[in-house]
Design a binder for this molecule. Structure first.
Ligand SMILES: [Zn+2]
Length: 171
């Protein structure tokens, strides 16, 4: 699950490369493209301390504040409605994490490529075969090693399945 909020090209600083704000169930990111590649800054949802929206006539300035000591993410050029939606989404996701801890209880997280739920310890997605980078978070470390060993078997199976998919040809 990934929500993208793209700033308007008609606003200051966004004419050539509009900045994007991306919200997943884990992070809030600000992606600023440039000629030499994009710059991405992220704050873990758990570390978002507040979101302020400063409305203008048409466009709003959004600032996502972090409790983790990192710089806030600032976005200029979302419409007022989009800014409102961004703030609501972040607050909704945060309350889900705080109230239910769904991801932790189930041991699942979203695959960064296909967004299907995969085991937290998995390094390969069983749905799309993507290599899942190990995400360093402030959450409690996973234990024990036995779980990881069990998962690696499933991961290998998933990988071979994915390989079959790629070789498939219609006849
Ligand atoms: Zn996947």
């Amino acid at each position: 699950m990934e929500h993208r909020f793209r700033t308007s090209r008609f606003t200051r600083g966004n004419v050539v490369f509009p900045t994007e704000m991306v919200v997943t169930d884990r992070h809030v990111s600000r992606i600023k493209p440039s000629f030499v590649g994009s710059v991405e800054e992220s704050i873990s949802l758990r570390q978002v301390s507040s979101v302020t929206v400063s409305r203008g006539a048409l466009f709003a300035d959004v600032t996502v504040h972090s409790s983790g000591g990192t710089d806030p993410l600032r976005s200029h050029g979302l419409t007022n409605a989009e800014a409102r939606r961004l703030k609501d989404l972040i607050e909704e996701l945060q309350s889900n994490i705080l109230s239910a801890g769904v991801a932790d209880l189930s041991g699942l997280r979203a695959c960064p490529r296909c967004a299907e739920a995969v085991k937290a310890a998995a390094q390969v997605c069983k749905h799309c075969g993507a290599d899942i980078p190990i995400v360093l978070t402030e959450e409690a470390p996973r234990e024990p090693a036995a779980a990881a060993i069990a998962d690696s078997g499933a991961a290998r199976a998933a990988q071979s399945t994915a390989g079959d998919d790629e070789d498939w040809t219609w006849s």
